[in-house]
Design a protein around this ligand. Structure first.
Ligand SMILES: [Zn+2]
Length: 397
């Protein structure tokens, strides 16, 4: 690992500028919301030949109801088994790209999914291009998964991501970052739960006393759920959707709440699960109402293991060569990084370009962050390979 490698890769990444932005424009102007499988398939069709041109074997696995998964694989001359994961889907509806297509102004690029995470996919691709053009293959096997459904929790791609992670020494995730000097080293686990309340209907004017309002009962439970906030370290609870009743003149016989739960670690998961059960089992404020709880954790917490910390340290060393003091920070949002980290595989996330306002129409990336991020990822792959257990010159072990 020399400073020369880093400098040469950064120079290559800077030369890619125009091509990168042209590719980004192509990807952003294709609507690929999770529920637009045809658009996700078109993203896969754009990416596949780009991987093939770099010597990767490309396989497209059809989705069930959602879009396809693209898997690109290449054997190298190195020692590390690397997985790179990025998602092709966005949160935006069909027609969004036509309403506000790719645009650049004041050093920023805009458009649906530009930040989360079409630019991240391309940072991955261009890092591999920089290595290929330098005739470097610093891995024994590199598997790059582009999935179709991360924005809704990867229901169809979860098993592929998990199997890919299990077969790798290190998983690198291309989610975006708020700052070029920041990567993601921990993510909260996410649970989606639901409370259903059954009451008894009656005429609200004629015999209101015969009724048992499920809505009133749910209101009590909602307050109890929100009272759990700040009682368990690293855990948050939010009742984000409530529904119930039929008409204003009927005492409501049913009501339900959808609950988002976040937990920083497994102890928090256990504690909040117990607390949810308690809220569901507590005595009713409205007599004769029945409460039931359903749901589960969709993502387990991504906590920084010792091996993940090692990957972060190698990224820090490479960033230093690029003049960046890299910080590793936690976030409350989940990604496919949670799946990898929960399996015990060394994971580093937030390796895409810098920008902001994910899931918002004003979403953007800072164009100047693209080249350093390409160089960071390429350099990190070199360092991971040199650090692999059976590498001839494993350093700093
Ligand atoms: Zn994302």
């Amino acid at each position: 690992m020399s400073h020369l490698d880093t400098t040469a890769t950064l120079a290559a990444a800077e030369r890619y500028g125009a091509a990168f932005l042209a590719d980004l424009e192509t990807l952003v102007n294709i609507d690929s919301g999770t529920y637009t499988p045809g658009g996700v398939a078109r993203i896969a069709e754009e990416l596949a030949p780009r991987f093939a041109a770099l010597g990767y074997a490309v396989e497209t696995q059809p989705g069930r109801e959602l879009g396809p998964q693209l898997v690109a694989r290449r054997r190298g001359r190195g020692h590390a088994r690397i997985a790179i994961v990025g998602h092709m889907d966005t949160v935006f509806p069909d027609g969004e790209a036509q309403r506000r297509p790719f645009a650049m102004r004041d050093g920023r690029a805009y458009g649906p999914g530009v930040f989360d995470m079409k630019s991240g996919l391309l940072v991955g691709l261009y890092a591999l291009r920089a290595l290929a053009e330098a005739d470097e293959e610093p891995y024994s096997e590199l598997t790059f998964v582009c999935n179709s459904d991360e924005e809704i929790g990867s229901p169809e791609s979860h098993d592929l991501v998990a199997a890919t992670a299990r077969a790798a020494d290190v998983v690198l995730v291309l989610e975006p970052t708020a700052d070029v000097a920041r990567v993601t080293v921990a993510r909260k686990g996410v649970g989606l739960y639901r409370l259903d309340v059954r009451g008894r209907a009656s005429h609200a004017g004629v015999e209101p006393k015969r009724g048992r309002s499920a809505i009133v009962e749910l209101a009590h439970r909602t307050l109890a759920l929100h009272a759990l906030n700040s009682t368990i370290p690293g855990v948050t609870v939010n009742v984000g959707v409530v529904a119930g009743g039929e008409r204003p003149n009927i005492v409501a016989d049913h009501a339900s709440a959808e609950i988002d739960v976040r937990a920083a670690d497994l102890a928090g998961v256990a504690a909040i699960q117990a607390a949810l059960q308690q809220v569901a089992a507590a005595a009713s404020a409205v007599p004769d109402t029945q409460v039931s709880l359903s749901g589960e954790m969709r993502h387990l917490p991504f906590t920084q293991s010792e091996r993940s910390a090692r990957v972060f340290a190698l990224a820090q060393a490479e960033a230093a060569e690029l003049g960046l003091t890299l910080r590793g920070e936690p976030t409350g949002g989940a990604s496919d990084g949670n799946t990898a980290a929960a399996l015990g595989v060394a994971t580093l996330d937030g390796l895409g370009p810098a920008g902001g306002l994910a899931h918002n129409p004003d979403e953007f990336i800072t164009i100047a962050s693209v080249a350093p991020r390409i160089a960071l990822l390429a350099g990190l792959l070199r360092r991971l390979d040199a650090d692999a257990p059976d590498a001839p010159q494993a350093f700093n072990r």
